[in-house]
Design a protein. Structure first.
Length: 145
């Protein structure tokens, strides 16, 4: 089971620990590698990224994010995690406040969460179920100097 920890990161299954926002690349890869094979990746605007698959879930992890337009402060270390479920199989649970976000129809999940969806957690779906969960470190708007 994966557990979303708003403002902190993502608790990994078993005793793998927590992917914490701000972790460096090596720390993040080490944590994920305890439960899945890590594959290097590339994401525009990120200094590093990698993917992994675990029980029907694809994790996309990125860090050292910069905003070339200057709208936001740069985010050093782990900056974001995408969890995307395989539509053809049952996936490992991904929970927020005890609710499995992939395990129930999206309307039921939203009803159960009420107003408790943190702003740094975004949910995308196909109209019936959520297909992707995006977790972001809090990005602060850049100050005018």
């Amino acid at each position: 089971m994966f557990e979303i920890l708003p403002g902190v990161g993502l608790r990994l299954p078993g005793r793998a620990g927590v992917l914490r926002f701000g972790d460096d690349e090596r720390t993040a890869q080490w944590a994920v590698a305890t439960v899945a094979d890590v594959r290097e990746g590339w994401v525009c605007g990120a200094g590093w990224s990698f993917t992994a698959e675990y029980e029907g879930l694809r994790l996309g992890v990125l860090g050292d994010v910069g905003d070339r337009h200057g709208r936001y402060e740069d985010v050093p270390g782990l900056a974001g995690v995408d969890l995307t479920r395989d539509p053809l199989c049952l996936t490992a649970p991904v929970v927020l406040d005890g609710i499995d976000l992939f395990g129930h129809p999206s309307a039921e999940v939203l009803d159960a969460l009420g107003d408790n969806l943190p702003p740094a957690v975004r949910l995308r779906g196909d109209g019936h179920h959520f297909t992707t969960i995006r977790l972001d470190a809090e990005r602060v708007p850049a100050r005018d100097t």
